[in-house]
Ligand binder design. Structure first.
Ligand code: NAD
Length: 340
């Protein structure tokens, strides 16, 4: 399939607007969108000079009529609504033969995941989940180094993460975040990124036990602090995250048999150490604006649609991390280990 692609963004709230802007920035896509909020629909249409539809029916019905250039045959879509709507919208679009990039988490329930997988297979569609950490250059470089075997086999992964959510998402009380049923709480909203990255780095999680609680964030009761112990085969894992500390930091350390590697989002770098009495060796890195990873993600998705590359995070990997999220929530409810 040749450029430009006709890409429909479904939901242009906080992250949907970023996707719209970043797909435009690729220079390879004509973009239109669906947004149920009328005021936001008008604002985004005017801000980006693109066509906005009030619902999916209108967007799909308009195809081929050519009311607006971007309303020609839609070839791909990004689903950026709250997570409880992702699978229902994905199934509808997949049935129409449209390739998909679906925001994380894939859903808040496993219902519909098998049906989507079946339709995707039957129709030969490209469908990925937008776990954007996989587009951060320093994390990708660290993963390549670990996979090369130069530090020996990984034996342990330790992730320590925190962010002051009210600073970065002041409207959190008025979004999906307030309720686990719509994808809220620290596990489904934030820790899922790091758990997915951990699976990418050292393999799928096979069992886990979790602890979490609401400790600080005002105006919500969902967990804002979470700890998860994991097993990725032989690799022992530990992940902690809170959404109220001042430092905005994600540190992921992989301890291998003959060396230790560490990725630090706040420093946009990865580093390694082999001998006990040496300093960290810092790998060269470039500082990037936040949109950069999303433009990379958009380009990688369009490349996959064009058949040039595989997806950075496949539907199957997104389903696996959905199972991890649900197992973590079940572990908290039941107070015991969960096997996936
Ligand atoms: N990758 C990331 O870094 C990242 C960051 C934030 C959010 N997210 C994920 O993206 C998704 C959306 O999050 P957000 O922060 O943008 O939420 P948001 O509430 O800001 O935006 C969601 C938008 O979807 C619209 N919407 C709801 N139902 C719709 C429908 N049926 N059709 C069309 N539009 C509809 C809403 O009106 C709203 O504008 C969530 O799954 C969230 O977890 C990912």
């Amino acid at each position: 399939m040749s450029d430009p692609h006709q890409v429909l963004i479904v939901g242009v709230g906080s992250i949907g607007e970023r996707h719209l802007r970043c797909f435009q920035a690729t220079g390879r896509a004509e973009v239109s969108f669906v947004e149920t909020n009328a005021a936001l629909r008008v604002a985004i249409s005017e801000r980006y000079g693109v066509c906005g539809f009030a619902d999916l029916d209108a967007a799909l019905a308009d195809q081929g009529i050519g009311r607006h250039p971007a309303a020609r045959r839609i070839t791909a879509a990004v689903i950026a609504t709250p997570a409880n709507r992702h699978l229902e919208i994905a199934i509808r679009l997949a049935e129409a033969g449209i390739h998909l990039l679906i925001e994380k988490p894939l859903s808040t329930s496993i219902d519909g995941a098998d049906l989507l997988t079946q339709i995707v297979r039957q129709r030969g569609l490209v469908v990925g989940v937008a776990y954007v950490l996989r587009c951060y250059p320093a994390l990708g470089a660290m993963r390549a180094a670990v996979l090369s075997g130069q530090f020996g086999k990984p034996v342990e992964i330790v992730a320590v993460c925190g962010q002051h959510f009210p600073t970065y998402r002041p409207a959190y009380r008025n979004t999906y975040y307030v309720d686990r049923a719509t994808g809220g709480g620290a596990i489904q909203d934030a820790l899922t990124h790091v758990l997915n990255a951990g699976e990418w780095l050292v393999g799928p999680i096979e069992r886990l036990v979790a602890d979490a609680a609401h400790r600080v964030l005002e105006g919500v009761t969902v967990e804002d602090t979470a700890h998860v112990l994991t097993r990725h085969g032989d690799v022992l894992g530990s992940y902690s995250l809170n959404q109220h500390q001042a430092p905005n930091e994600v540190t992921v350390t992989i301890i291998c048999q003959s060396g230790t590697v560490r990725w630090e989002t706040h420093a946009q770098r990865w580093r390694w150490m082999i001998h006990p009495d040496e300093l960290w060796h810092d790998e060269p890195h470039e500082t990037q604006p936040r949109d950069a990873a999303f433009v990379t993600q958009a380009n990688r998705f369009l490349d996959a649609v064009a058949g040039h590359t595989s997806l950075l995070c496949s539907l199957a990997e997104g389903v696996q991390t959905l199972r991890v999220n649900l197992a973590a929530l079940a572990s908290i409810e039941q107070g015991c280990w969960q096997t996936l």
